[in-house]
Design a protein around this ligand. Sequence first.
Ligand code: SF4
Ligand code: SF4
Length: 281
Amino acid sequence: MSATAPVNRILRSSIVDGPGNRAVVFLQGCNFNCVYCHNPETIALCRACGECVAACPAGALSRDGGGIQWRQERCVRCDACLKLCPHTSSPRVRRLSPEEVMAEIEPSIPFIRGITVSGGECTLYPEFLRRLGELARERPLSFFLDSNGSYAFSEDPALLAQTDKVMLDVKADPDDPQEYRRVTGNDGARLSARLDFLAGAGKLWEIRTVVSPGLFDAAAVVDKLCRRIAGADPPVQYKLIRYRPIGVRPEAAAALLQPGEDMMNALERICAGHGVKAVVV
Ligand code: SF4
Ligand code: SF4
């Protein structure tokens, strides 16, 4: 039996999670706690406190031994449980093996180019990823990971061998641990070295940075990172992501600003100045 992982959601088709049309698997659990997290319900594993059970209008939740049972067929996706959970978690999580995930993706295989695993932070489940990557590449489908850079890929050649590319989130200045911790709850230790390693191994697809005016000096961060990836072979692109107050916690929505076109255009010009392709979303 392969290692299982807590799966929050499987999207059978997406055009924004790597090249081409892709299936995306979102795993539950993250070792960061970003102030602007757009899926805060994916951060923690369910503690089975039971607070959401009575709030479910569809009777989709029940206590089950020491845990919570979610009956997917009854769920009407009202999100009441997510809004109520005091632990940035979700009861709508299934423990699935890589084989079970592939079985759910199977009907989409003729229409997709690959699989991307996101989160949460997918590298919390390396054994699951190794096997899912192996199954994907047998099809053959490309296998991409969306990671916050906390995982030492250099020490896991087996996972690297099954992974086509990594999309690496850089959420502030990676050389400023205090700033990084303020934005993410984690000091981002060794992120620069991991970025260099992935780029050098030809495994880095893109750097992704969420931009919100005043949160950190985005121009300085983009400039610094472009210097690192300029001239990488194969090339690495830079995805500049506008912060939007969608799905975020209320305190983030109240505190964070959305960037204007001028700011995004200026960041795009910094990338262009280093010969780095920018993708603005
Ligand atoms: S989203 Fe949550 S509260 Fe709403 S029906 Fe589904 S399980 Fe119940
Ligand atoms: S999802 Fe949240 S509220 Fe529901 S049982 Fe788990 S920890 Fe408690």
